[in-house]
Design a protein around this ligand. Structure first.
Ligand code: AGP
Length: 360
């Protein structure tokens, strides 16, 4: 039987609207209950730990907690938790351990150290019955269904949904967010799911074209601010592992502090448009500089808006939605670009070389 390249990856990206709906329907009450308990503890800090894609969901989680509340939220790569954070962890802290499989050794290690230091641990996984579920004080199980492709897509989407809802509920408990805003956020998940379904085919078609153009590119940089930075990190990883393209992520402003020197003709730069008005000008100035250096520039931007008067090579447009959940839309064309770039490079994104689904 002939195996189509990337069959599983594409199927799983297509399952994202259902993943959002199912996760929301089955976990919303539980997330509220967990938030109530976390809130009663009046935590000082939240550490979000994970590896790879799950770490990037943690970066997004820290962003939403910071955007909605006044609690210190710090994302930490699970493998560096012991070296950088563990000795400071105390019983007033909450540690959120994110892991699709619930079995990654580094995340488990961080979870165990955090428990030993008395922190309250919340596990977020896609695997009921996994070790992280068993060892966490509380767990939230996303409902993405089994993810067969080694490259995580729909489970990342589910983690983003959980992070947004958990942050909103927790910030309400802690008194920094009103009930009305939480209700508003809860309603957005259905809207996001519908928008993904409606735009998926168009994004697939457009990213196929972009992939053809990027085929010869040696390097791809992905840049974003705030929530866009979390997505840029994930985009950098997706492009590397799915399409074997060298790609790196930076904050838009940080890019000027050195990495820009690598930009020449043939280098591609993806810019996730900032949602904060004051950052737009910084992004625009950078884009003009990139075009002078003959880079191929792609923007991911809200419908009807433009960066640098459209002086870019491709604009991927995203329907207008509350900025807080825009990353749940933006990530889909990014995943499709990684998938389509893999196909034009004859790489199978379902099972990239040297990688396994669970790193033990
Ligand atoms: C995701 O596409 C990667 N294959 C990888 O980075 C993965 O996210 C990481 O190994 C963590 O896995 P986990 O979520 O199962 O803990």
């Amino acid at each position: 039987m002939k195996i189509a390249l990337g069959e599983k990856t594409l199927k799983e990206i297509r399952e994202e609207p259902a993943t959002i709906r199912n996760t929301f329907q089955s976990q919303a009450t539980r997330i509220k209950e967990i938030s109530t308990e976390l809130g009663q503890r009046k935590p000082n800090r939240v550490f979000l730990v994970g590896s790879g894609t799950s770490y990037h969901a943690g970066v997004f989680g820290a962003y939403v907690l910071n955007a909605l509340g006044e609690i210190l939220a710090i994302p930490v790569q699970a493998s560096e938790f012991e070296a950088y954070v563990a000795n400071a962890v105390n019983p007033h802290d909450v540690v959120i351990a994110l892991s699709q499989s619930g079995e990654s050794t580094d995340t488990l290690k961080a979870l165990r150290v955090a428990k030993k230091r008395g922190a309250l641990v919340v596990g977020v996984t896609n695997m009921p019955g996994s070790t992280i579920v068993l060892e966490s004080h509380h767990s939230i199980v996303t409902v993405a269904g089994v993810e067969e492709s080694v490259v995580a897509t729909k489970t990342f989407q589910a983690q983003l949904a959980v992070m947004a809802l958990l942050a909103a509920e927790l910030c309400r408990e802690l008194g920094s967010l009103g009930a009305e805003r939480v209700a508003e956020i809860r309603h957005l998940f259905e809207e996001v799911a519908t928008m993904i379904s409606e735009n998926l085919d168009a994004w697939d078609k457009q990213t196929k074209k972009i992939a053809m153009r990027l085929k010869p590119s040696r390097d791809v940089f992905v840049l974003g601010f705030g929530e866009g930075f979390a997505l840029a990190l994930e985009a950098g990883l997706k492009l590397k592992e799915a399409s074997l393209t060298h790609s790196e992520a930076f904050s838009i402003a940080e890019f000027k502090h050195g990495p820009i020197s690598l930009v020449t003709r043939g280098v591609a730069v993806i810019v996730i448009a900032p949602s904060v008005e004051e950052k737009v000008e910084i992004a625009e100035r950078l884009i003009l500089e990139l075009k002078q250096k003959r880079a191929t520039v792609i923007t991911i931007i809200e419908q009807g808006k433009r960066l640098a008067q459209g002086k870019v090579d491709f604009e991927i447009s995203i329907p207008r939605i509350d900025a807080l959940l825009a990353p749940m839309l933006q990530i889909v064309p990014i995943q499709l670009l990684a998938y389509n770039l893999a196909l034009v490079r004859s790489v199978n994104p379902d099972s990239p070389r040297h990688l396994t689904k669970v790193v033990r």
